[in-house]
Design a protein around this ligand. Sequence first.
Ligand code: UD1
Length: 435
Amino acid sequence: MKKYVIRGGKPLEGEVRISGGKNAAVAIIPATLLVNGVCIVENVPAVNDVILLTKIMSELGAKVSFLDKTTLRVDATEIHTCSAVSELVRKMRASYYLIGVLLGRFGKACVGLPGGCDFGVRPIDYHIRGFEALGSTVTIEHGIVNAVAENGLKGASMSLDFPSVGATINIMMAAVLAEGTTIIENAGKEPHIVDIANFLNAMGAEIRGAGTDTIKIKGVKELHGGRYEIIPDQIEAGTYMVMAAAVGGRIKVSNVIPKHLESISAKLEEIGVTVEEDDDFIVVSREPGTVMNKVNVKTLPYPGFPTDMQPQMSTLLCLAKGTSIVTEGIYEHRFRYVDELRRMGAKMDVDGRVCVITGIEKFSGASVCACDLRAGVSLVIAGLCADGMTEITNVHLIERGYEDIIEKLKGLGASIGVVDDEENLSQQVSGTTAG
Ligand code: UD1
């Protein structure tokens, strides 16, 4: 079983380059299915979710190949099925985008209900209501979503009950080739929603207002091929910023859009961490040993503090002086990782969507298990600051969303290594000690 082994306590120094946005990539890749031509997508992160999605796309008949590590070529001119029901589809949440794109281009879709990180009930009812408003009939049987638009999709106006990221993107993608104009009110405003709209517009779509709460999509007959570069990953950047704050040291986080990181930078400054912004990089520094202030955090839709940074920020707050309160505003159950952090000494009390964190001096190394992507990376953060050795299992979940995390952390001076089985463990640990 693959594990990460970390010897904590080494300050982070140097530069880390942020990869392309995972959540943008997992929508833009299916969006290429709307295009009658060849799309070249640049800055694609080399993460497991992307690999999985390229396999699903190939199963549908798209010709998918990597021109280099981060440049993907997709030719979706000939798609031979609108049915995506394989085991692969159930493995990731973002496979729900296949419903929107297949319905949008071919008027029908048959897609297995998505999996992904489990932090409570994650329905897709807003997506379905949106597809129905566009004139399709949607049924769910035996875990498979069947959507059909007998007479093609027709533009419509709708208002989301909640500014859901996935529903906004999915409805926007379905509406691109619909007849007439679609208006989505109370739309999500996350940076990757704007990125997907920019991608679609670059291929000939007519979408206005992405990034505001009203998005207007004027249907066009066809999308053409083209080239597009994905934005940097907001959450990967935020994660390295929090790592530097937690462990101490000074790192340059490069290839970022600082505007997308404002809510994270603001919280770090409130905690007492120094954050310096430039055009496309951010420098984060904290002298090891300096006191960090308690703060309260509530996760909210963008531009609020992102839920995908909640576990990392809560981990950092374990090391702040006093009592911090973290409120989860998006998901019902996103504190499952707390039990693992407690094994490392954290003092965290959870009541529903609220976690009360009492500051401790230090984490202590332990054997822990990642329960989802962001929870897993939070254990890496704790391990990097802990006394002694930390072993993390279930790390494939971390690799769903963090490209080359081990190499990037080694580049910043961390003592971290990977072992693939018990036998190698002792050898690797001594290697890890050497950094
Ligand atoms: C996306 C991100 C995920 C992030 C989340 C919130 C991707 C692939 N994933 O997930 O990393 O944590 O945004 O920023 O981009 N809801 C419903 N019905 C629906 C849709 C959503 O009740 O049809 C609820 C959800 O259960 C959740 C809330 O709305 O409580 C927000 O979910 P949503 O914004 O849709 O998240 P995802 O798109 O699934």
